[in-house]
Design a binder for this molecule. Structure first.
Ligand SMILES: [Zn+2]
Length: 202
């Protein structure tokens, strides 16, 4: 990826046997060793917590609801303005703009919900990585590096965040990475449940 972009990225992709963690070479070059380990912990969190499956289920069910809403909206538009527009019904080819308008409106309305869901699983993965590594400092540094290299606004206005952010803003992630350390108070982990004793050193 370094031939195409300077951005740093890592993600989980594929299903079943094709499932893998993808770590861009820009991340290997731009992040320190402990930061790469933290990022891997985050991606492992997505894998272990089954986020892809949950996401796929929600999106599949949500698509039914969204297309139903689209059909209702387009139908209502054609009933209300059809004569004026010279459109006979939703199946009329001339009704395409009304269909696209409905799709745009439904997408705009569902976007914040999809973003909220995505932000939630991203936050879960951050928790997982912190509980796995106990390396708050490396976590915060990796987010700082991401914010710098990807030129993303760490403190966006609320409406920008609600409409466009599918990850929590990096300012929030950095603060959380620095503060979250339940193990120091002897509290149990929320998400990382080691089968063997936790080998984290600090
Ligand atoms: Zn993630």
């Amino acid at each position: 990826m370094s031939a195409k972009t300077k951005k740093i990225n890592a993600y989980v992709s594929g299903f079943g046997a094709s499932q893998r963690i993808v770590l861009w070479d820009t991340a290997l070059k731009g992040l320190k060793r402990d930061e790469i380990l933290f990022v891997m912990g985050h991606e492992m969190g997505h894998y272990v917590l089954g986020h892809m499956w949950k996401y796929l289920a929600v999106v599949s069910l949500g698509a039914f609801a969204a297309f139903w809403a689209c059909a209702q909206l387009a139908g209502a538009l054609v009933r209300r303005f059809g004569t004026q527009w010279g459109v006979e019904g939703v199946s009329d080819l001339a009704a395409m703009p009304a269909l696209f308008l409905s799709l745009t409106i439904v997408t705009l309305v569902t976007m914040p919900a999809m973003n909220a869901l995505s932000c939630r699983v991203e936050h879960e993965s951050d928790i997982y990585a912190l509980e796995l590594t106990h390396d708050n400092d490396a976590g915060a540094r990796s987010f700082l590096q991401l914010a710098t290299d990807n030129r993303s606004d760490p403190e966006p206005p609320t409406w920008v965040r609600v409409l466009l952010y599918d990850h929590p803003p990096l300012g929030e992630r950095i603060r959380f990475a620095l503060e979250y350390r339940p193990w120091e108070k002897g509290e149990p982990n929320q998400l990382y449940k080691p089968k063997a004793p936790n080998l984290a050193v600090n």
